[in-house]
Design a protein around this ligand. Structure first.
Ligand SMILES: *Cc1c(COP(=O)(O)O)cnc(C)c1O
Length: 225
């Protein structure tokens, strides 16, 4: 298995347009699997649990870029800030405010994406567009000086219905364009559209994804818990 990881990465890179960034989602996978991808030249990895990310990070080369993609509890923010290059999953303004506060204390600027709810499933976290627009339009966003809001993230419904997935990605892109059209101070950095996983990344790229988050295609299926 491990020996395939490098070729999986290389194949994926051949398939997708150069500017699209791949976050290799290594959750539940051992450090040796991450090293296999690293040795194939990959440098961007994603995790969905704070403790797991921190434990792996300390055993791995320091030029890895770490992305956090899972639901983040406010009581874990302090540990994560300063140890992560981007948080994809900022799903409430309470969480954004906490990241801002902890970043200020740590003397860091934390790169964040706002996660939107686009899927049919009730369980997937995220902002509503009304809520996000409100915070940009009222200028509340300017109170957060220690976060850099670089764009948006979303997950489509887990379904074989490709047209449903496509329309959800289109919806996310529309939210992204709506927010980008507003006037806010770090607008210039608001460039990232994180969407697409192993099952649907080609659709996501077709709809304008700038970052895809890929686990199983690179590392193989995860054991279901
Ligand atoms: C696990 C996970 C992925 C990768 O999923 P695959 O289907 O294995 O590619 C992407 N994004 C998030 C938020 C995840 O939790």
């Amino acid at each position: 298995m491990t020996s395939d990881i490098g070729s999986n990465i290389r194949l994926l890179k051949q398939q997708i347009p150069g500017p699209v960034k791949i976050v290799a989602v290594s959750k539940t996978k051992p450090v040796s699997d991450i090293m296999a991808a690293y040795n194939a030249g990959h440098r961007i990895f994603g995790e969905n649990r704070v403790n797991e990310l921190l434990a792996k990070k300390k055993d791995l080369p320091s030029d890895i870029e770490w992305h956090f993609v899972g639901h983040l509890q406010t009581n874990k923010v302090k540990q994560l800030v300063g140890n992560v290059d981007m948080i994809h999953s900022v799903d409430s303004f309470r969480l954004l405010a906490t990241i801002d506060k902890e970043s200020e204390k740590a003397g860091k600027i934390t790169d964040c994406l706002l996660q939107f709810h686009i899927a049919r499933e009730e369980t997937k976290q995220g902002f509503s567009i009304e809520e996000a627009e409100q915070v940009f339009i009222t200028g509340q966003i300017e109170n957060f000086q220690n976060v850099k809001i670089s764009g948006v993230m979303g997950m489509a419904t887990f379904t074989d219905n490709q047209e449903m997935v496509r329309s959800e990605f289109r919806q996310l892109r529309a939210y992204f364009e709506t927010l980008r059209a507003l006037n806010f101070s770090n607008r210039i950095c608001f460039n990232e559209l994180s969407m697409g996983m192993s099952e649907d990344y080609m659709i996501a790229i077709g709809e304008g994804a700038t970052i895809i988050r890929i686990g199983s295609i690179i590392f193989g299926e995860r054991n279901r818990t």
